[in-house]
Design a protein around this ligand. Structure first.
Ligand code: NI
Ligand code: MN
Length: 225
């Protein structure tokens, strides 16, 4: 799989010839120069309803024909914008063309930008068609059941470190110890001042305290796993 970080929580994932976008926040994102009109997608995964995550999901899905996958409430909300969607819910998995996708719990909120109810926030556990396992935590605080997700045998975990709205660096280090992924990628930091963090310093702490490799990406940068 190839993972691209577009700053904040916005990710591109290529696997088995499918192009996925996760939490596509381009318009108004101060940390990316990429425009919503420039990205392609077959599927768009949305972790929760906050504006910095649902972002440009509707216009990108309309333009590209991508299917939006999220919790039932958000799938229903975005379908009213004339977009194809697929609703799941926490603990439920489904075999999509790109792999088996399960929704995981996240400790956060999920109101939609228009104030309507966005259900429960989620993370995603993806098993690709060639058997790689990737966990995208979404916006969340630390929770002990990350240990259950870790039992899956993760090749990759993508977790927030920004603090204030999500786990900060100290709890994100504890999350790595529960998840014990082969590789971890920190996100949801330094988009704006409130969540400024030193990802390189965090990487040093994680690599000193665990066997997990940390990949710190610059906005727009990719890596292959
Ligand atoms: Ni949020
Ligand atoms: Mn957020």
């Amino acid at each position: 799989m190839k993972l691209t970080w577009y700053a904040h929580a916005t990710l591109g994932l290529e696997t088995g010839g499918y192009r996925l976008l996760i939490d596509p926040f381009f318009s108004g994102n101060p940390a990316t120069t990429v425009k919503a009109s420039q990205v392609e997608a077959d599927f768009i995964l949305v972790t929760h309803g906050h504006g910095d995550h649902i972002g440009d999901a509707a216009p990108i899905a309309k333009r590209t024909g991508a299917t939006v996958i999220s919790n039932f409430e958000i799938a229903d909300w975005i379908a009213k914008h004339g977009v194809k969607s697929h609703g799941q819910h926490l603990g439920g998995g489904f075999k999509h063309p790109f792999g088996y996708l399960k929704l995981t719990q996240a400790l956060h909120g999920s109101a939609m930008p228009d104030g309507s109810y966005g259900g429960n926030p989620c993370g995603f556990l993806l098993t690709t068609n060639d058997g790689q396992k990737a966990y995208f935590a979404g916006d969340t605080g630390l929770f002990g059941d990350m240990a259950l997700i870790g039992e899956e045998g993760l090749d990759l975990a993508v977790i927030p470190i920004g603090d204030n709205f999500t786990m900060g660096p100290a709890d994100a280090l504890r999350a790595v110890k529960l998840l014990h992924p082969r590789v971890v990628v920190p996100i949801h930091y330094s988009t704006f001042g409130l969540i400024d963090q030193d990802a390189q310093a965090w990487a040093g702490q994680v690599e000193a305290a665990s066997t997990t490799k940390v990949v710190v990406l610059k906005p727009g940068e990719s890596f292959e796993l």
